[in-house]
Design a protein around this ligand. Structure first.
Ligand code: PEP
Ligand code: MG
Length: 567
């Protein structure tokens, strides 16, 4: 049926395909299921748990072999949920109460999902779907229901939430798009979509309620537009858009090996921001020259206790090796009140963005900080690793962090573990750090400007509040001045100046940053070619003239409009 909907576009791109509804409903199975004696019901559960666990581990390994690292990791996490004795005990006690293994499994999974759903943190709320998914998989194993047949056609996955096993069952390249009713951008589905550049729309509740399985649909991951039952003209228009996007991508991929230099030969390093080692695949595909920001938070999330040194070492080593001698900047953990992890025991705060977070936590928690530093220092042997500290506001803080690094080295020496000394840098993302960049530069080996936070703190505009997003502008004269001052201080002290916030991925801003003297721009990998193209299109004289003019405006909107007109 022809309908139009609107959601929030979160990953740009055009999706054309048949709707595949996730969230399988097992009600019919439940109604017709006739339980046996309690003992047999218990045995059925044990067999299902064993079979499902085996299947998940085997499938996870196969996905990893195919290079689908994120999917593999998700199925492995599901296998752990199945293997957890708590799951079995919960199910068995529910069988004792109801005598029905199918109901017991679904209810036990729902109970665990509900615990996660009640959490304040968006990341944990998004994990509820994993428990429901696992519950349904075990239930299907009890009744011997087959895996759903999906075929080879491109599909647009659609659901209030999307069960990760759906994503894991699809072939590489088969997912044409993702439509999520929930508003979460940290759902597994979105994380996977980002790493594979699959167009995605979130917050599309109305569409999800109305769209039927198997319907033909068009979606635009930039505008958030969704059309079902399209007319021939609409389909043709979307196919044309998709062709243009594919041609653009092919054009961009051709830029992959071209140097990122201005017309007159000034070099700027274009690096990738990554969250998990698996993101390196996309980084390499788009020609990233190293990693300007490894957000290590993912290693700390979705678990019950701190990740140990060995686990972190394996992840950092993996990334350093994949970067093949190019700079890999590991940022120490940046978690706090807005993403509370139960094991960090951070009480609820009124202003988490101004609270106990990032380095402020690390400096108080040696049990957290030392293993991370030791793991990063050891990874230094496998590539060109650097360590960077987030949320710095003073020289003292940076010096304290350096003391920890010294302590980490001493421990490693005592434990006879090999490591390599690495450069230590400051993430300039607070106005305090930018204003005192001249002092900080005396002690640091490099700066990387975190514009996402620098803009939010400078303009007093919460970066995640959509109500005031029109006020969030990295061309605001106050931001430009702080950025220029920071780069200037780095140049004066002969240290590298980089940027790893979203501003670095804006081709309009890249030119101004070049003129200010930036050495490195780090961004999500798919943005690299566009920035490279812009860099290659200007001379330094032109860039300087654009900067001079940009700094003459009194408000950010005028700067933006002016630069827009110049491209
Ligand atoms: C930043 O603040 O600009 C940044 C890159 O870090 P994050 O987005 O992880 O806060
Ligand atoms: Mg930040």
């Amino acid at each position: 049926m022809k309908q139009r909907f609107k959601g929030q576009g979160v990953i740009a791109g055009i999706g054309v395909g048949k709707i595949l509804r996730a969230n399988e409903n097992l009600d019919e199975y439940l109604k017709s299921y006739i339980p046996s004696f309690v003992e047999e019901e218990r045995e059925k559960v044990d067999k299902a748990l064993k079979d499902v666990q085996e299947y998940l581990f085997t499938r996870a390994e196969a996905l990893r072999r195919d290079g689908l690292t994120e999917q593999g990791a998700i199925l492995e996490a599901h296998a752990m949920i199945v293997a957890d004795p708590v799951m079995r005990e919960n199910v068995l006690s529910k069988i004792d109460a109801t005598g029905n293994s199918l109901r017991a499994v679904l209810n036990a999974a729902e109970d665990q999902a509900a615990v996660f759903e009640s959490m304040e943190d968006e990341y944990f709320r998004a994990r509820a779907v994993d428990f429901r998914d696992v519950g349904k998989r075990i239930a299907r194993a009890i009744i011997g229901a087959p895996e759903r047949e999906i075929g080879d056609e491109p599909v647009i996955l659609c659901g209030h939430e999307i069960e990760p096993s759906y994503i894991a069952n699809l072939k590489k390249g088969q997912i044409a798009g993702i439509l999520l009713g929930a508003g979460s951008t940290t759902a597994h589905a979105v994380i996977i979509a980002k790493a594979q550049a699959i167009p995605a729309i979130v917050g599309a509740e109305e569409a999800v309620a109305a769209i039927l399985d198997g319907e033909e649909a068009l979606m635009d991951g930039e505008t958030g537009e969704i059309i079902t039952g399209p007319t021939d003209e609409e389909r043709a228009a979307y196919e044309e858009k998709a062709r243009k996007a594919a041609a653009m991508k092919a054009h961009y991929i051709k830029l992959k090996d071209l140097p990122s230099v201005t017309e007159d030969g000034r070099k700027v390093i274009l690096a990738a921001n990554i969250g998990v080692p698996g993101d390196m695949e996309t980084a390499i595909e788009y020609g990233a020259e190293g990693v300007g920001l490894f957000r290590t938070e993912f290693l700390f999330m979705g678990r019950e206790s701190l990740p140990g040194e060995e686990e972190q070492f394996a992840a950092y080593k993996d990334v350093a090796e994949k970067a093949k001698g190019k700079l890999t900047i590991i940022r120490t953990m940046d978690i706090g009140g807005d993403k509370p992890l139960s094991y960090l025991e951070i009480p609820k705060e009124d202003n988490p963005f101004l609270g106990y977070r990032a380095l402020r936590v690390s400096l108080k928690r040696r049990d957290l900080f030392l293993p991370q530093l030791k793991a990063a220092l050891r990874a230094g042997l496998y590539g060109k690793v650097a360590i960077m500290f987030p949320m710095i506001i003073s020289v003292q803080e940076f010096l304290r962090a350096k003391e920890f690094v010294e302590e980490a080295k001493k421990e490693l020496t005592k434990e006879k573990k090999e490591f390599k000394d690495t450069p230590l840098g400051i993430m300039v993302e607070t106005p305090a750090a930018a204003m005192t960049a001249g002092s900080l530069a005396k002690y640091a080996d490099f700066f990387s400007i975190g514009s996402n936070d620098l803009v939010q703190y400078t303009l007093a505009v919460d970066r995640s509040n959509s109500e005031i997003s029109h006020l969030y502008n990295h061309f605001h004269p106050a931001v430009l001045k702080l950025v220029q001052q920071t780069i200037g201080a780095a140049k004066e002290h002969g240290i590298m100046a980089g940027m790893c916030g979203e501003m670095a991925s804006d081709p309009r801003a890249a030119v101004l940053l070049l003129a200010m003297g930036i050495d490195e721009l780090s961004m999500s990998a798919p943005s690299i070619p566009e920035v490279k193209e812009r860099v290659r299109s200007v001379t330094m004289d032109e860039a300087k003239e654009l900067l001079r003019k940009a700094l003459s405006f009194e408000d950010g909107e005028s700067v933006k409009n002016y630069l827009e007109g110049q491209i």
